[in-house]
Design a protein around this ligand. Structure first.
Ligand code: SF4
Ligand code: SF4
Ligand code: SF4
Length: 350
């Protein structure tokens, strides 16, 4: 079994769920950069799902893995069907087969029955008080990565300099114990190479001082990257100082390093059409099921600082969250990828 060696510093991501617009630019930025080769077609290292929803892979939250009572556990290996993928319609029959008046568009036999955004924008709640929000998910580059401990071939390790969880593909034998151990189910199998793969934290870019593509290209200014111990950086301030960013499912025990600013919600409507200012449209219990009991304190802090701003007072927290300059998202990784000549196959451009 693999050994977890701690790193000198830890990189972390923060996503503000009040600003994520579900545009999937991060998903596509990652896809274009890293998973274009044969065997990686189905791999989406970054996925943005609608919450509440079954997510990707389907119902991953009930597949197990992570740590229970301090002990590493192996969960289920998601099936290709649960990861899902693109599906095909009978375009030939309807659009090109002369049957347009009789045949209707429908999925053809053999198509997937699930995909990364299958239940997009469905959410929950009853009209007019329905609600949803977006949740970007990548490998959490955990401080206690169950995937590292589970690997029988010592193929996974934490980078000693930045805490990214990386894979030595020469050592990986495709045992997929890592995929079973990861409770977030963010590890994919490459059938062409016979190995497992996941988000590499854009390490070839990090080494060149360039921010990960998912952060750099986010048009919502909803994502930050930085070191957790950089007390003057926005990541550390949001996580450690203001305590408004929290990990997803911390109870799974891997100490994830992707943090989320929880979504605020409009007041629900009363039957007469007036607002019920004493209630939340997104149930507190649902947010707690994702982000733990500290989420209520985070929501209170966000509301209090918003109120200060409305009164015309200064708020460091609101200034960070507004992100007046997009470069504020990049931490120390401010270099322009266009000024670098990238060596194949480590193509870290864009
Ligand atoms: Fe959300 Fe930014 Fe990703 Fe768009 S690119 S889905 S705004 S995190
Ligand atoms: Fe490993 Fe999963 Fe944590 Fe990534 S999210 S470091 S794959 S346990
Ligand atoms: Fe993809 Fe890089 Fe973001 Fe990881 S850090 S999800 S590899 S773009």
């Amino acid at each position: 079994m693999g050994t977890i060696t701690q790193s000198k510093r830890q990189l972390a991501w923060v996503f503000d769920l009040n600003k994520c617009i579900g545009c999937q630019t991060c998903s596509v930025a990652c896809k274009v950069l890293w998973t274009q080769d044969e065997g990686t077609e189905h791999q989406w290292w970054m996925t943005v799902n609608t919450q509440p929803g079954a997510g990707t892979p389907k119902n991953y939250e009930s597949m197990g893995g992570g740590y229970r009572d301090g002990k590493a556990t192996l969960g289920k290996l998601p099936s290709p069907e649960e990861f899902g993928g693109g599906w095909d319609y009978n375009y030939d029959e309807v659009l090109r087969g002369g049957k347009g008046r009789d045949a209707h568009l429908e999925k053809v036999a053999g198509s997937k029955t699930w995909g990364p955004n299958w239940d997009e924008d469905e959410g929950a709640g009853e009209f007019p008080n329905a609600y949803f929000f977006y949740l970007p998910r990548l490998c959490n580059h955990c401080t206690v990565p169950g995937c590292v401990e589970a690997c029988p071939n010592d193929a996974l390790y934490k980078d000693p300099e930045n805490g990214l969880v990386l894979r030595n593909e020469d050592l990986c034998k495709g045992a997929q114990m890592c995929a079973r151990a990861c409770p977030y189910k963010k590890i994919y199998f490459n059938p062409s190479l016979g190995i497992s793969q996941q988000c590499i934290g854009c390490f070839p870019r990090i080494e060149q001082g360039v921010a990960p593509a998912c952060v750099r290209q986010c048009p919502g200014r909803a994502a930050w990257i930085g070191f957790l111990d950089d007390e003057y950086g926005p990541v550390s301030k949001l996580v450690n100082k203001w305590k408004v960013a929290m990990p997803l499912h911390a109870e799974w025990g891997t100490k994830p390093n992707v943090f989320y600013v929880p979504p605020l919600s409009p007041a629900p409507l009363n039957p007469d059409g007036s607002f019920n200012e004493n209630a939340e449209r997104i149930p507190q219990s649902y947010l707690e099921s994702l982000f733990g009991s500290d989420v209520s304190g985070a929501v209170d802090t966000l509301k209090a600082e918003m109120e200060k701003r409305r009164r015309g007072e200064a708020s460091e927290l609101m200034d960070i969250l507004v992100m007046y300059k997009w470069e504020e998202a990049l931490g120390p990784f401010t270099r322009d990828p266009a000024e670098i000549v990238w060596m194949s196959p480590a193509n870290g451009g864009s």
